[in-house]
Design a protein around this ligand. Structure first.
Ligand code: ACO
Length: 329
């Protein structure tokens, strides 16, 4: 059956140049490279300079994605940007990126699902493209997560970092089978009963706990770890079952880069060969909504991901929000 599919035709990413190693952190808080490496797999992360905004990182990633897709910004009619660290309360960061790219047609807006943001944004854009009202989209995950971290709290500050990744989605006629290129399946979930396990302790409506700050990330690390493995694992199992696939059919697994131990546990649970897992957490840390497109772009550029490969992505974030997606490159 002929149908529209959203095909990823290019990717891009941007990381701020400032590298902060585990040893750097150990100079200001009571931690060590050994502890961080053993518990998370993280060795270093990128932190944006004070004047660099989420929109700056996002714009650079989007420009590279446009270039790699070989299309001009004037052809874009939709921008969906996932972030938990927007430039400001409003307007959306996507609007600023739209202006930075010189785009004056179509629409742009933000999606907020924290670490699952890119998965949610891709799903929203895919549905808008397949409905036929929009044709070429930029989907971005971008964060300056360092701005909502308490750098004295060793239980959170070693985990998170800044960066941006983007893809171009173009609608194309396809056959409606799993052999098509493009987004083939999306499974999104959320459950607000868990909002106290991972949250920011301030905001415009509830007010701010400390004068002059914007609130900081608070996390029940152990609980988040257990929920992540269970919920991501069952979402992927659902995705494979719904499409009559097994882990052997997946060419590349590009997970949200939260923690190496979570990635290992999920891969083991779904019986996926570890050589198929794209890992960047050791050098990017957890960049929330930016982590999947950052990892995806790296595996595309170094030649691992090739045209026709079947890609599985997944994420879990504050809320909780979580899910998985299958697409063919
Ligand atoms: N350096 C040294 N010691 C530390 C640090 C640190 N940075 N942080 C905590 N500790 C200490 C604790 O204080 C505790 O000490 P105590 O035993 O004297 O009380 C000890 O280390 C063990 O703490 P736990 O919290 O039990 O350590 P755990 O093994 O659970 O590891 C971690 C903590 C890494 C946060 C883990 O729970 C985890 O990875 N959770 C998942 C969280 C995550 O990835 N969140 C990202 C957002 S959600 C997502 O993207 C999926």
């Amino acid at each position: 059956m002929s149908m529209l599919r959203s095909v990823i035709t290019g990717s891009g990413s941007y990381l701020p140049p400032n590298i902060v190693t585990n040893a750097d952190l150990a100079k200001t808080i009571d931690t060590s490279d050994e502890w961080i490496t053993a518990r998370t797999g993280i060795k270093e992360r990128r932190i944006a300079d004070k004047g660099t905004l989420t929109s700056d990182l996002a714009t650079k990633a989007a420009q590279q994605a446009l270039e790699n897709a070989g299309i001009d910004a004037s052809e874009i009619d939709l921008i969906v940007l996932a972030t938990a660290t927007p430039n400001r309360v409003f307007p959306s960061t996507a609007i600023t990126v739209q202006a930075n790219l010189g785009i004056t047609q179509g629409c742009a807006f933000d999606v907020q699902a924290v670490c699952s943001g890119f998965l949610y944004a891709l799903t929203v854009a895919d549905n808008m493209l397949r409905a036929g009202n929009f044709h070429k989209a930029i989907v971005i995950g971008a964060e300056t997560f360092s701005r909502i971290i308490d750098w004295q709290d060793r239980t959170t500050c070693v985990l998170f970092a800044d960066g941006a990744g983007a893809v171009i989605l173009e609608s194309e006629q396809a056959t409606g089978t799993l052999a098509d290129r493009g987004i083939l399946y999306s499974h999104l979930r959320s459950d607000g009963r868990y909002e106290d396990m991972l949250y920011v302790d301030g905001g415009p409506s509830m007010g701010y706990p400390r004068k002059g700050d914007q609130g900081f990330v608070k996390m029940a690390g152990n609980d988040v770890f257990k929920h992540a493995v269970k919920k991501i694992g069952s979402s992927i199992e659902q995705a494979l079952k719904d499409n009559n696939l097994t882990a052997d059919d997946i060419d590349w697994f590009v997970p949200h880069q939260a923690n190496k131990r979570i990635l290992d546990a999920v891969a083991k649970r779904i019986k996926l060969d570890e050589s198929k897992v794209v890992i960047t957490v050791h050098k990017h840390a957890n960049t929330s909504a930016a982590s999947i497109p950052l990892a995806l772009h790296e595996a595309v550029m170094d030649g691992r991901i090739k045209k026709g490969d079947l890609i599985l992505i997944e994420a879990l974030g504050g809320g909780f929000t979580w899910g998985s997606m299958l697409f063919r490159w």
